[in-house]
Design a binder for this molecule. Structure first.
Ligand code: ADP
Ligand code: MG
Length: 693
C-alpha cells in the first residue's frame, strides 16, 4: 500500500481541484474556502461539472447532499447523475444541484420551528468541507436550513459559531499587533467503540433496538485486571482496524492512533485534528465507516455510551483549540507563559466562559446514553471544572494571589531513568479525571458521548469563548497601554472565576461536596441538564454571537428533551417486551423442569436430598413474580405520561421510568445468575464480550 497515494483518494481535495478546475474557478473556490467569499453561480457550474467528472472517474453514479439534521445522525438522499439525451443518457450535475437541494424536510425534527414555515427545508453546499465519493455516490457536505433561513441542522450553527470566534479573536489579536486573515477553531475527536460478534448481536433485541443491553448479569471477569487497556490486539480486531484505517484514509480522514481501551471488546481511534467543521464531518463519516467495516468482518460496532453495565462505557474526547491562518495556536503558552500576555488573556477567556456557561457545556453533552457515564464512577462527573496542570495551574495561582510567578526550571533532559538519557519530561502531568483539561496547547473536553455529533459541544465552546473575547475586546479597544489593561483583566477574571479550577481527582469522593460549596452546577440527568438552555442568560449568548435566534435556541432545547423522552420510551417498551415474552416464560419453563425433577426424585425414593431444586424453585418463583409486578408498574407509569408535554415527560422519564426499569433489571439479572444457560433466552455478557478471538 502506498499510503501517501491512497490518502484522500476519494476526496475532491484541493489537489484534485487544482488539477481539474480552470485556474480562475480554482482561485475563486479557494477564496471562498479560505476567507468565506461568496461564490458566483457561474463558478458553481464549473465546479459541479469538474466534480461530477471526477466522481464518475471514481465509479460514482449518484450524488447526495449530505447533512446533519437534528436527529443527530447524518442524512442523505441519493440522485443519479443521469439525464436523458436522445435515446440514451448523459451524466450531469448542474451548478444549482451542487449548491441547493430540497429534501422533503417534513419528517425531520424542528422543535416546532418548521411548522411555522411550511416544512420547506433546503440543503446548501458547504464548500469548506470537501466532497468525497463513497460506495458509488458523490457526497456533498451541506447545511440544512428552512425557507426563511432558520437552521434545521447542527452544521449551520457550527459554522456560525466558528465565524463568531473568527470575528472576536481577530479583534483581540489586532490589539496585540497580530494581523491575520482568519482564526479557525480546531478539533481532534478521539472515538471509543465496542466490537462484538454480529451473531450474538442479532440475538439481542435490546442491542438491536436500543444499541445497549437492558439486561445482563455482571461478568466474572470484567476489567479489574486492567489487562485490556493498550493490550495486544486480537487478529480479528486487527484486521478490522487495518481495513478501517484504509477506508478512512481514502476518505481523507487523518486516522492516526488505534488501541484497545479499558473494557473487554472496547477500542479507540484518534485522528489528527483539523478545522472544526471538517472534523465534525470527519467524525460523522468515521462512525458510519466503523459500522460498515465491522459488518464486513462479521462484527458489529457499538457506538452507544454504555452498551454494558458494570464495565466502562464509551466517550469521545474533544480536543479543542484556535489557530490563525499564519499558524499561531492561541492556546500555546510558549516557553514563558508568565510573560505571554496574549496566552494569559486567552486562558482567562476560557476560564471565564466555562464558569459563566457551565450549564451550556453540560447540556451540550447531555443525552440518554451519556447519562449512564457522567457522574458514574468512570467518566468525568456531571460537574464542569477545569484542570490546568502543574505549570499553568501554578501560574494562575500566583496571578490570583498577586504573587510573583517564578518559573519552575524545566526538568533537564531526562525523566530520571538512566536507561533513557533522552526522554524529555512533560511540563504537565496527566489528569484523566477532569472534564475539561488543559493538555499543553489545547483543551480536552472529555464529557462527550461516543455516539454524539461533536457539533453540539463545539457550537457551545465556540460561542462562549467568542463572547468572552468580545467582552475583553470591548474593554481593551481604545486603551493606551494594552499590556497593562490586559493584565488587569486577566487578574480580575481569574480571581472571579477561580472556583471553576480544580486540579485534583475528579472521581474522588470529596469533589461533589466541594463543588456544591463552590456553587458549581451538578445536573446529573439530561432531563435536568437541558432546561438550563431555556434560561435567559444562556439563550442570550447564542443570540448575541449570531449563532441561534431566540426561537432556534428554544426549539433545539425542546428537541433534545423530546429525543431523550423518546429514547427512554423505546428502552422501556423494549424491556417490557423482552421481560414478558422471553425472560418470564423462559424462567417459568426452567422452574417447571425443576419441579418435574423434584417430583420424580421424590417418587423414586423418600428422603432424597432435594435442597438444590427446592431452593432454586423458591428463589426463581419469587424473582419471576417480582419481575412481573415491576413490569406492571412500569407499564402503568408509562401510560400516565403525556408525551406531548416534553418538559414534564422528560422529568418523569428520568425520575420515575428509569427507576422502574432499574427494578426490573435487578430482578432479571438475579434470575440470569440462577437459570440454566440452556434456558436463558439471550447471549450473556460473556458470550458477547469474549466472543471475538
Ligand atoms: P494527548 O497526548 O494529549 O492525547 P495528542 O497530541 O496525542 O495529545 O493529541 C490527542 C488529540 O488531540 C489528537 O486527535 C490530536 O490531533 C488533537 N490535537 C492536538 N493538537 C490540537 C489542537 N491544536 N487543536 C485541536 N486538537 C488537537
Ligand atoms: Mg485523550
Amino acid at each position: 500500500m502506498n499510503l501517501p497515494e491512497l490518502f484522500g483518494e476519494n476526496v475532491f481535495s484541493e489537489k484534485v481541484q487544482k488539477e481539474r478546475l480552470p485556474k480562475e474557478v480554482y482561485k475563486a473556490l479557494r477564496d471562498t474556502v479560505e476567507s468565506g467569499k461568496r461564490l458566483d453561480t457561474s463558478i458553481a457550474s464549473a465546479v459541479a461539472a469538474a466534480m461530477k467528472d471526477w466522481a464518475v472517474s471514481k465509479g460514482a453514479t449518484h450524488y447526495t447532499h449530505w447533512f446533519q439534521p437534528l436527529t443527530g445522525l447524518a442524512a442523505e438522499k441519493h440522485d443519479s447523475f443521469i439525464e436523458p439525451d436522445g435515446d440514451g443518457v448523459i451524466m450531469h450535475l448542474t451548478g444549482k444541484s451542487l449548491i441547493v437541494g430540497e429534501p422533503d424536510a417534513s419528517s425531520f425534527p424542528s422543535g416546532g420551528s418548521r411548522a411555522t414555515y411550511m416544512a420547506r427545508g433546503y440543503t446548501a453546499w458547504d464548500p469548506t468541507s470537501p466532497a468525497f465519493v463513497k460506495d458509488g455516490t458523490l457526497y456533498i457536505p451541506t447545511i440544512f436550513v428552512s425557507y426563511t433561513g432558520e437552521t434545521l441542522d447542527k452544521k449551520a450553527p457550527l459554522l456560525r459559531s466558528m465565524n463568531a470566534v473568527d470575528r472576536q479573536a481577530k479583534r483581540i489579536l489586532k490589539l496585540f499587533g497580530i494581523d491575520c486573515k482568519k482564526v479557525s477553531t480546531t478539533v481532534g475527536p478521539e472515538q471509543e467503540y465496542f466490537l462484538i460478534p454480529e451473531e450474538e448481536y442479532l440475538k439481542r433485541k435490546d442491542l438491536r433496538l436500543c444499541g445497549r443491553t437492558l439486561f445482563g448479569a455482571p461478568l466474572a471477569r470484567g476489567q479489574e485486571l486492567e489487562d485490556h487497556y493498550f493490550g495486544a490486539i486480537k487478529k480479528k480486531v486487527g484486521d478490522f482496524m487495518r481495513d478501517l484505517d484504509e477506508e478512512l484514509w481514502r476518505c481523507g480522514i487523518l486516522s492516526k492512533t488505534k488501541h484497545n481501551e479499558v473494557a473487554p471488546a472496547q477500542h479507540e481511534m484518534a485522528p489528527v485534528f483539523t478545522t472544526s467543521n471538517v472534523a465534525v464531518d470527519g467524525n460523522m463519516l468515521t462512525m458510519e465507516i466503523m459500522k460498515s467495516v465491522a459488518k464486513k468482518h462479521g462484527l458489529v460496532c457499538l457506538l452507544h455510551e454504555k452498551p454494558f453495565e458494570g464495565i466502562n462505557g464509551s466517550g469521545k474526547h474533544n480536543n479543542w483549540s484556535m489557530s490563525t491562518d499564519t499558524g499561531l495556536n492561541l492556546l500555546n503558552p510558549g516557553d514563558s507563559p508568565e510573560t505571554n500576555t496574549l496566552f494569559k488573556l486567552v486562558l482567562a477567556a476560557v476560564v471565564k466562559s466555562v464558569d459563566d456557561y457551565q450549564g451550556i457545556l453540560r447540556a451540550s453533552v447531555a443525552s440518554a446514553g451519556n447519562d449512564h457515564r457522567l457522574g458514574a464512577n468512570e467518566a468525568p462527573p456531571a460537574i464542569i471544572s477545569i484542570y490546568l496542570g502543574d505549570q499553568i495551574g501554578a501560574l494562575v495561582d500566583c496571578i490570583v494571589k498577586g504573587k510573583n510567578y517564578v518559573a519552575q526550571s524545566s526538568p533537564q533532559g531526562s525523566i530520571g531513568i538512566p536507561e533513557s538519557p533522552i526522554f524529555p519530561k512533560d511540563a504537565t502531568d496527566r489528569n484523566r479525571t477532569s472534564p475539561f483539561a488543559f493538555t499543553g496547547n489545547k483543551f480536552e473536553f472529555r464529557m462527550l458521548g461516543s455516539q454524539a455529533n461533536v457539533a453540539d459541544a463545539n457550537i457551545g465552546l465556540n460561542t462562549i469563548i467568542a463572547d468572552a473575547f468580545m467582552s475583553f475586546a470591548d474593554e481593551l479597544e481604545g486603551k493606551k497601554d494594552i499590556e497593562k489593561a490586559a493584565n488587569a483583566i486577566i487578574a480580575r477574571e481569574l480571581k472571579e472565576h477561580y472556583r471553576i479550577i480544580f486540579n485534583e481527582d475528579g472521581y474522588g469522593p470529596g469533589w461533589e461536596g466541594e463543588a456544591a460549596k463552590r456553587g458549581l452546577l451538578n445536573n446529573k440527568t439530561t432531563a435536568d441538564a437541558i432546561p438550563v438552555l431555556y434560561e435567559d442568560k444562556n439563550v442570550e449568548v447564542f443570540v448575541k454571537q449570531g449563532v441561534y435566534s431566540r426561537a432556534e435556541a428554544v426549539a433545539r432545547a425542546d428537541i433534545r428533551l423530546e429525543n431523550y423522552t423518546k429514547i427512554i420510551n423505546i428502552e422501556a417498551l423494549t424491556m417490557i417486551e423482552m421481560a414478558k415474552r422471553d425472560v418470564i416464560p423462559a424462567v417459568s419453563d426452567f422452574i417447571a423442569t425443576l419441579c418435574q425433577n423434584l417430583a420424580s426424585k421424590q417418587a423414586v425414593m423418600d428422603g432424597l436430598p432435594c435442597g438444590a431444586e427446592k431452593e432454586l424453585i423458591t428463589k426463581l418463583s419469587g424473582l419471576n413474580d417480582r419481575t412481573c409486578a415491576a413490569v406492571g408498574k412500569l407499564e402503568c407509569d408509562l401510560n400516565k405520561i403525556d408525551k406531548n408535554d416534553v418538559r414534564n415527560a422528560s422529568q418523569s422519564m428520568a425520575h420515575v421510568i428509569i427507576p422502574d426499569m432499574r427494578e426490573i433489571r435487578n430482578a432479571v439479572d438475579e434470575m440470569e445468575k440462577l437459570t440454566s444457560s440452556d434456558y436463558w433466552p439471550y447471549p450473556t455478557y460473556f458470550d458477547i464480550l469474549y466472543g471475538v478471538n
